[in-house]
Design a binder for this molecule. Sequence first.
Ligand SMILES: NC(=O)c1ccc[n+]([C@@H]2O[C@H](COP(=O)([O-])OP(=O)(O)OC[C@H]3O[C@@H](n4cnc5c(N)ncnc54)[C@H](O)[C@@H]3O)[C@@H](O)[C@H]2O)c1
Length: 324
Amino acid sequence: MKENKVITIVGTGVIGAGWAARFLAKGYTVKAYDPNSVSREQLKINVRTAFKSLKKIGLNRNASLRNLKVYSKLPSALKDTTFVQENAPENEKIKKNILKQIDNLVDKRVIIASSSSGLLPSKIQSACKFPERVLIGHPFNPVYLLPLVEIVAGKKTTQISVKKLKKLYEHVGMRPLIVQKEIEGYISDRLQEALWREALHIINDGVASTDEVDDAIVYGPGLRWAFMGVCLTFHLAGGETGMKHMLEQFGPALKLPWTKLKAPELTNKLKKAMVSGTKKQAGKFNIKELEKQRDLFLIEIMKTLNKNQKDKFPNWNKKYNTFK
Ligand SMILES: NC(=O)c1ccc[n+]([C@@H]2O[C@H](COP(=O)([O-])OP(=O)(O)OC[C@H]3O[C@@H](n4cnc5c(N)ncnc54)[C@H](O)[C@@H]3O)[C@@H](O)[C@H]2O)c1
């Protein structure tokens, strides 16, 4: 049988483990590096757990947990690699430094993607000798199930690298979104951050509890957002003339001080309200059990979306079906 292609995961926390599981499920050999022995051990557990969910949607015939190799030394993990996905902590200095090391150790044709959630690629690629192949590939948790990945090029990244990365992500069942301009926070996290800031204000101002804030999304907009997103949803809110009427009717409300935009101070009182509120919501379930439930829900939602694809829901393109 043909040898599986080797890819390298650098940093094996929540996101690194998610990438490892996705690539393993698609039949790759994954070499993983983390300086922390606890993270390396946790990786094996997390990948095994992810495989339970992935089995429900089908694994590539070459997929095997035996194809996961874990290393405590970076050069060993990078040997013979064809692609590197970096998942070190979200800190510009750490990212810049680790990308520089990777850049020095792998062939200049190997694409190096960073999972950063919001750092500017131009900054974190700046210490690399071959920055043209360094860019952002920002995924969403759980990486082994959610198809979205944002690709952001830095000033020195070439379009060839962008194209190569897009092709690779598509090959592993993802929906790459190429961010047209380099900005901090990219697209999806900017949207999520705006909602998150308002949620914190609502709790800080005593308007609602954490479970009420969550209900306000889960039983309403969240259900629509699974297949329409915010723009198309509002197009339908405008009746027969769609977005035009929507803007005429609700446009003036945009000037009202409905949103605060600036984040509230994370006081001890607010932190306590968030931590105790979500603990109460979680009830008897620990994080691992909640992750299992989340995966089951996501798989069912994605199956429904895939069944009703493209012609009915234009935002959900079968081409990026995670289950193919
Ligand atoms: N958690 C999320 O929901 C999420 C989503 C998308 C992207 N991201 C991004 O992914 C990256 C990793 O986030 P995470 O949530 O997995 O963090 P994490 O804390 O779970 O994992 C980070 C891992 O990096 C390791 N590490 C520390 N120093 C390192 C170094 N110098 N080189 C390599 N590894 C090192 C740590 O030991 C740890 O295992 C961040 O850039 C983050 O912004 C996170």
